[in-house]
Design a protein around this ligand. Sequence first.
Ligand code: NAP
Length: 331
Amino acid sequence: MIKVALIGATGYTGRELIRRLLRHREVEIRHLSAITEKEEPISSIFPSLSSNLILRSTMRVEEVAECEVVFLCLPHKVSMEYVPSLLDFGNRVIDLSADFRLKDPSVYEEWYGERHAAFILLKESVYGLPELYRREIKEANLIANPGCYPTSCLLGLAPLIKNRLIDLTSIVIDAKSGVSGAGRNPSLPTHFPEANEGCKAYSLFTHRHIPEIEQELSGIAGERVAVTFVPHLVPMDCGMLSTIYLRLQKETDLIGLYKDFYNGEPFIRIMNEPPVTKDTTGTNLCLIHPKSEGKRAVILSAIDNLIKGASGQAVQNMNIMFSFPETEGLL
Ligand SMILES: NC(=O)c1ccc[n+]([C@@H]2O[C@H](COP(=O)([O-])OP(=O)(O)OC[C@H]3O[C@@H](n4cnc5c(N)ncnc54)[C@H](OP(=O)(O)O)[C@@H]3O)[C@@H](O)[C@H]2O)c1
């Protein structure tokens, strides 16, 4: 049994993480906090959580220091203020924000508009995508939990890029996300009358997940890979579907290739038909349907942005780090 702390507990990823940690047989939640005026049971904030654990209004050092692992469900730029001292306490950290995903501090500065406050730690952070980095995750003290769009895109593309089967200049990603992807704090684009009954593309060529996707694809390919990535907001609470268009180097049996590549992976399902986002809701699954006609190919990759795209993947990473069964708390 390990003790865990969660900071940023009043957001959507916090809620889904608590839900999974409460049913995890190897974990005791020792500390929950967020910026809040009132200390109250977490079930008062999220009635669907059956727990009387008290939400602290600030981080309690004495509670956090005795935890084996701390989850940060905080906005980017906030996480990097916490991580150095948590590592000094001896905590292992799983950060759900983007702060430790990009390896090059100048790329972070370019895309996030600020110098990285703990850039020295970028070298030691491990990108927490278990299907690609399971061995490194096991030993890591600092996990950069991947973004939701990158998770769906990288899982959709990795088998082809590892096997050098595609024209690397041909990748176009049309991705759609539910509104919870923007977090719980309201904003005009996520306001119900703005988002409901419509579908909107946003952040063309400027979305901050572009450098993350390109960094990871380039790492797999061993050469620079650039993608055309167009995210869309669609009127659903959660769910994400990435439709990836590309050209193959040669005609290939994609279903066979993907089944071999992900053989034994507990959360990847290779589908014979296009996946539906609803089938991933509340699960840590990534449903992938690869299809080709000659050298033209389309890969469909569906996840729940809050689960495989965030909190479920964070629990999967913790399970790997502490040698728990990888599916514990996630089925
Ligand atoms: N939503 C997704 O689908 C998704 C997927 C992958 C990764 N992520 C990443 O995961 C992180 C959390 O996302 P989310 O969707 O859960 O966001 P959220 O719903 O906006 O929640 C953010 C949490 O952080 C707290 N917080 C904000 N500023 C703080 C500060 N200075 N100190 C302490 N706590 C602070 C908030 O408290 P208040 O409620 O008091 O503001 C809230 O508890 C973000 O970095 C996000 O990019 C999100």
